[in-house]
Design a protein around this ligand. Structure first.
Ligand code: NAD
Length: 319
């Protein structure tokens, strides 16, 4: 049985990846320090014979007994609310954490896939973003801690590939959503759904003309799975190119949740990108992958997940 180490396993994407790899017949070692994750996300796996959990901070030395075939490095705060609160840990997990995991991959002769992000493109001057665009990041802005950690992560991964011949994969993930996101993680989908469920007005930052494109988690996991088993070492965008303005999206949520809240407008945060849309030509060609779940279906599934959260969790998510 092939063994895969998934860091960030108690988080949103890491827990879905753990489910997928177990379903495909792998033995999964999940690792997490719970800094932004939740043990609830992997509760269903804890007694599974093909799952083992290690509570550990990946910025500290990592020891794994026996053989290891694959590593998926997904540990990192991912939402602005988290990485603005814990900026140093964010820089450390992208740099020291990635270095530790590359060292582990080298020692075990394992293939490693690292989770990068569309944020490496910053506030893009090219639209939609192709993998050969170098990006427009403000290194010293508050969001720089995340963006630059991820850019460093890509550089050190390519250095291990070129210098040590390590088998590496880099996925540039664009906004992904679905069940197990945290209601209070500050990202627009849980924020809108939480507000709708609490009967509050929906907050739009700026005039709402900024665009986003949202990828359903099952599509994202499928793309990552295909990339791991491809033979391509350069970054690949995985996301859903279907773009929408935040204002239109807020209106969609109001319709979906069957509420009659209003939209209220607040000031746009610093360095918030105005446009974000993946060019997925490469993923389509290389991985024979394309997103399948449309926004209406994905939002419906996500809203059902949030709806069954207890009233207590809903109140906790106010901020
Ligand atoms: P998440 O916060 O739900 O999960 C991240 C997990 O990593 C958490 O469980 C957290 O406790 C763990 N973690 C953080 N620092 C750690 C450390 N030092 N040691 C061990 N565990 C640690 O976030 P997510 O949305 O699941 O994101 C997962 C990965 O995907 C991240 O690397 C993120 O940058 C990347 N990504 C996600 C998105 C998205 O839309 N969700 C977009 C782009 C990139």
């Amino acid at each position: 049985m092939k063994k895969v180490l998934i860091t960030g396993a108690a988080g949103f994407l890491g827990s879905h990846l753990s489910d997928r790899f177990i379903k495909e017949g792998f033995f999964v070692i999940g690792m997490d320090n719970y800094i932004t994750g939740d043990s609830k996300n992997i509760k269903h796996l804890l007694n599974h014979p093909n799952f083992m959990f290690i509570e550990h901070d990946v910025t500290e030395f990592i020891k794994i007994e026996g053989e290891l075939d694959y590593i998926l490095h997904f540990a990192s705060p991912a939402s602005p609310i988290d990485y603005l609160k814990i900026p140093i840990q964010t820089l450390k997990v992208g740099s020291l954490g990635t270095h530790n995991l590359l060292g582990l991959a080298k020692a075990k002769n394992a293939r490693i896939l690292i989770a990068s992000t569309s944020e490496v493109y910053g506030d893009p001057l090219v639209h939609p973003q192709t993998e050969d665009y170098y990006g427009n990041v403000n290194t010293i802005g508050p969001r720089g801690v995340y963006d630059e950690a991820k850019r460093f992560q890509e550089s050190i991964t390519m250095a291990y590939h070129r210098f040590h011949g390590l088998e590496t994969r880099i996925v540039r993930i664009f906004n992904t959503y679905g069940p197990r996101m945290r209601l209070n993680d500050g990202r627009v989908i849980p924020a809108f759904m939480g507000q709708a469920l609490r009967g509050e007005d929906l907050t739009v930052f700026g005039n709402g003309a900024q665009t986003r494109s949202f990828c359903y988690v099952d599509d994202q996991v499928e793309g990552i799975y295909n990339l791991l088993f491809s033979d391509y070492s350069y970054p690949v965008n995985i996301g859903n190119p279907h773009e929408i303005t935040i204002k239109d999206f807020a209106e969609e949520i109001i319709k979906l949740t069957g509420t009659n809240q209003k939209i209220i407008y607040k000031e746009l945060p610093t360095d918030d990108p105005l446009q974000r849309q993946p060019d997925i030509t490469l993923a389509k060609k290389l991985l024979n992958w394309t997103p399948k779940v449309d926004r209406a279906e994905g939002m419906e599934k996500t809203f059902s997940y949030f709806k069954q959260l207890s009233a207590e969790e809903l109140t906790k998510s106010e901020h």
